[in-house]
Write a protein that binds this ligand. Sequence first.
Ligand SMILES: NC(=O)c1ccc[n+]([C@@H]2O[C@H](COP(=O)([O-])OP(=O)(O)OC[C@H]3O[C@@H](n4cnc5c(N)ncnc54)[C@H](O)[C@@H]3O)[C@@H](O)[C@H]2O)c1
Length: 310
Amino acid sequence: MRVIVTGGAGFIGSHVAEALCATGHHVYVLDDLSTGRRENVPDGAVFVEGDVRDEALVEDLFRDVRPDAVVHQAAQTSVTVSVREPRRDADVNIGGTVVLLEAARRHGVARFVFASTGGAIYGEVPEGTRAEIGWPERPESPYGIGKLAAEHYVRAATGPIPHTAILRYANVYGPRQDPHGEAGVVAIFTERLLDGAPVTIYGMAEAGDGGCVRDYVFVGDVVDANLAALAGRLAAPVVHVATGVGTRTSDLLAALERHFGPASQVVHAPPRPGDLGRSVLAPCPDLAAPTPLDEGLAATVAWFRAQRER
Ligand SMILES: NC(=O)c1ccc[n+]([C@@H]2O[C@H](COP(=O)([O-])OP(=O)(O)OC[C@H]3O[C@@H](n4cnc5c(N)ncnc54)[C@H](O)[C@@H]3O)[C@@H](O)[C@H]2O)c1
């Protein structure tokens, strides 16, 4: 297949692009490098630097490439930025998606896969439960609102675009995650443990309570979900890409400390405004069993260590 991967210079998109190249597909990465890096783009892919909102550029790309499929990973991904700049968030995450959907329709693209979020769509997930597809959607941030709106545009385009898939990711971690953002606690902790620097755990209800609970899914499982969606192997139009297992921040730190020894200092900070206490998603039954946390963390730590040795 000829596949356009938007956001293919970013964390998740670059893994998807790499897997598609490795399985013999022709891959075209469209990315504006706003948070992505040129060196993340796999060797086998054609790189086009540009903005998904640029209608003329997108039109030229679709005309030249004649893609069979689009895997749309590009996004403004920061919840904090979305609160500060809701207009820009909506422009990129809703407007950019609509530009791609229109181009896909005009050019008879058969498949469109959209990277959405589970973490920012359901709000608080009560203890003892896992969010199910079909639960009421209660996005609390402009980021969550924009992703949900974009999902509706994707659904509305189904028909003219014969196969669409919406993948709601949990908290993704793995090699190439940026450790300098506000999210991505696995990457942040890993870098700090490598540096022997203090780590901060933000409380769930109060400082010192061990922190929030998240569903950490390995990026390799996210790649498999994208490949399954592209191959038409997902029965439902909207699926979770998740483990169904909730991990508290303090337990995540303990798991990482098994690789590095104890952190030099653990700072117990009060909750961050706007952070959900608990977010865990029921995994999609059509996908293979998720990578166990310890296994995914081992692969991630190995990659961060190897980066230091380069
Ligand atoms: N990382 C997670 O835990 C997580 C969870 C849920 C959903 N997601 C979604 O997965 C997708 C990938 O996220 P990621 O974690 O790899 O983030 P990332 O920031 O590493 O990747 C996003 C990529 O999109 C590019 N991009 C941003 N705006 C663009 C624009 N206007 N035009 C072209 N390219 C643009 C960036 O340069 C970057 O390479 C996003 O859609 C994100 O919302 C991620």
